[in-house]
Design a protein around this ligand. Structure first.
Ligand code: CMP
Length: 138
């Protein structure tokens, strides 16, 4: 059954000019891009988005990084979208990512890792609702 997930092309990948190439990988893998926008977000907005990681040592550098330049936010749809996007992205640390994955091709480090994808249905629902209004998803 068609499932929605949420994804971000992170500031490192946008800065390096990889937006189009990453979108092409996503479409080639069979995802529909249901909604998409490019934004520069504040550190406060990044903190709200990553609130689940607020106790982690990487929270402050992560939210500084995510607010360091434009990002591309997307809602994607496909059967098994959440798991399939995570497979397409590869491991969080690009050093451990499989050949052919987006992070293997485009990411530089565990923090500057090119792309985010929701990890479960409840986080996908929170993340879509955090960045997109219902009228943007028709
Ligand atoms: P993301 O999928 O966006 O979810 C949380 C992010 O935190 C993750 O990608 C990485 O960018 C970052 N992250 C996770 N673990 C670490 C870590 N050990 N050190 C630095 N950043 C991390």
């Amino acid at each position: 059954m068609a499932q929605r997930t949420f994804s971000i092309i992170k500031p490192d990948a946008v800065r390096k000019g990889f937006t189009g190439a990453i979108l092409a990988e996503i479409e080639k893998a069979g995802f529909q891009i249901l909604a998409i926008k490019r934004l520069s977000i504040s550190k406060e907005q990044a903190k709200g988005f990553y609130a689940v990681h607020s106790a982690r040592p990487f929270f402050d550098p992560l939210t500084t990084f995510m607010s360091s330049g434009p990002i591309v936010l997307m809602v994607l749809e496909k059967d098994n979208a959440i798991a399939d996007l995570r497979k397409l992205m590869g491991a969080t640390n690009p050093a451990n990512a499989d050949e052919g994955t987006i992070r293997k091709k485009f990411a530089g480090s565990i923090q500057e890792n090119a792309i985010h994808g929701s990890d479960a249905e409840d986080t996908a629902a929170f993340e879509i609702g955090y960045w997109f209004a219902g009228y943007e998803l028709v």
